[in-house]
Ligand binder design. Sequence first.
Ligand code: SF4
Length: 236
Amino acid sequence: MKKQSAAKGPARAGGGHEFLPRTDVDAVLAALDETYPDAWCELVHQTPFELLVATILSAQCTDERVNIITARIFPTHNRPEHFAALTYEELEEMIRDCGLYRAKAKAIIDTSRILLEEYDGQVPRTREELVKLPGVGRKTANVVLSTAFGVPAIAVDTHVFRVANRIGLADAPDVNKTEEQLMAVIPESRWSKAHHQLIHHGRRICSARSPKCGQCPIEPYCRYAAEQREARAAAP
Ligand code: SF4
C-alpha cells in the first residue's frame, strides 16, 4: 500500500507519526456509528469453536464463501472431535472450494487435536494460548477474543489496515503497528465495534481500488480525501 502523508493539519504524536486531531477522530467514530450501527462479525457461527474454524477458513477467502462452506459442513462437523477424526485428505475434499484448502485442512485438524488434548475440547480465552494453535495468528486470535468472548480487541485485516491508514486513524507501515495505534486512539470500549465498522466501510465504500469518497460520510475528516482535494486544486 502506498503510504500517505498527512493532510488537513494533523496533530503529531507518538514518535513523529501523524494522526487526525482528536476532534476529527471523534467525528470519524461518530460517523461510523451512525453509518454502521449494527456492524458485527459476518462469519456465521453458533459457538467459539465454529467461529475459530470459520476464521481459519477466511484467510484470503471472502466471508460469503466461508459461510457457504460452513453451512455445508457444520451440520455434521462443528466440534473438535469431529475434525480430529478426519484425515487431512477427507477435510481437504470438504473445503476444496476455499483458497489454501490444504493448509487450512491441516490447521483445523491439528488445532482440533490440540484442543482435545490440552483444553478439554474448549477454545482457550487468552491471546497467548490462541496464537500457539496451528493456523491462528494475532488477527484470528483477536477476532475470536472480541467476537466470541467479548474481550476488547482490534483485529487488523486488509480492510482495517487500508481504511485506518487512509483516514488517518493510523499512520503505520504494517498491521501490528496499525493495531497498536488504533488501540491508542480509539477508546477501549469501542475497539471491537470499531474493528467491525472499519471492515464494513472497507467492503462497502472505501474499497482498495476505487474508494467512493463522494459518497463517504467520513470524507470531511479523511486525510486521503484531503490530499486528493489538494492535488486537484494544484493541478494546472
Ligand atoms: S473519504 Fe474516501 S478514502 Fe476516505 S474513508 Fe471515505 S472512501 Fe475512504
